[in-house]
Write a protein that binds this ligand. Sequence first.
Ligand SMILES: *Cc1c(COP(=O)(O)O)cnc(C)c1O
Length: 459
Amino acid sequence: MPAYPPEPWRVKMVEPLRVTTRAEREELLREAGWNPCLLRSEDVYVDLFTDSGTNAMSDRQWSALMRGDEAYAGARSFYVFEEAVRTFYGYEHVIPVHQGRGGENILSRCLIRPGTHVPGNMYFPSTRAHQELNGAAFHDVIVDAAHDPASEHPFKGDVDLGKLRAVIAGCGADAIPYVSLAATVNMAGGQPISVANLTETCALAHAHGIPVFLDTARAVENAWLVKQREPGWAGRTVAEILLALCAPTDGAVMSAKKDSLANIGGWLALRDPALAEQARGLVLLYEGLHTYGGMAGRDMEAIAAGIAESVAEDHIRARVAQVEYLGARLGDAGVPIVRPAGGHCVCIDAAAGLPHVPRTEFPGQTLACAVYLEAGVRGVERGAVSAGRDPATGENRWPALELLRLAIPRRVYTRAHIDLVADSVIAVHRTRERITRGLTFAYEPPHLRFFQARFKPAC
Ligand SMILES: *Cc1c(COP(=O)(O)O)cnc(C)c1O
């Protein structure tokens, strides 16, 4: 079992949780159309649906809220926020947005023309949706190991440079507005990209005149995993590694709801002044003035404080260790999980865990329901339901990975909660033969269907 470092914080305020009975959960899940996304949070005991915006803020962040300057234009809080992003991420132009997808929208609109191509290290649903909405086709150029749950590759977020070269050769550099990288790669299970690979990928793209943009939502967690796993980086601080990850890229899209320990917010960070000017123009239309971008002044203060806390070694060590602990407990009990455990989540290989449920009956979604019924723990499907349909053909995509993702909010749950999660997932795994059928759609929305879809038991 990996070390479980004592939390580098103590609890100052509590939020009571409601315990439900199995009979209540069966009724609640039926009402929610067999989609845990549609449950009310008060009906969930341990909520591992996402680590996004679910962070517990520190007393320093709460007190920073009081310093929020709510001026419409040129608020002091914007300059505090801008300074924090510049210092810790190293980009010159900082454009606030209401959350990550606001930045994705702006960047995609600025750079993508219909008929172009965007290569990336696996897709993220909202990122790819914006790229496709603007007319680009997405090309997955991640290493093959990322699609193999059992592979112990330490950097499953790495780009396969051969695949990227093939996309550049096949589509032509002129038809590639940018390369879209993520650190860590959420859909692969929070897997990191190495500094070496990221640097080489940027060199290759730049040699063809193609810029590279980094999704930094979990780049601090990526930096911690680099420190643990990449030769030559063990002696560097997480703050230094974060800067090294950003340095070769042309800009970043950020959801501050992840690493930055905030509940809302984000930014688009750029180096090119002309692109930054264009982006500020669009932020004005879609988000808000370029000195608040859809955030309140107090949000920007909380994020600025959160960024500084996020790179503290004791924080990030305890954060990732909690995830590793859950992964080890499940793995030791024989639950098939994506190896190695990621920076923010443990992903259960539902296709391996429920081999008797056909892919067309969505084993990931089925497992999500079973885990909720067991003890009120909510995870989210990351498989065929999340992958959606191919916009060109209208056919279901069948990704290699069919997962149940358990994402751990930062600084929210104790070790006893994590043990309850482990015990209930292990209990479902031990009785998996009882799950004989999966689910089929009762209602399927056109975009990001996993959020609002309704299901019915297959028969
Ligand atoms: C959450 C997330 C986004 C989108 O950010 P929002 O703040 O939810 O809009 C983009 N990329 C990754 C990797 C994410 O995890």
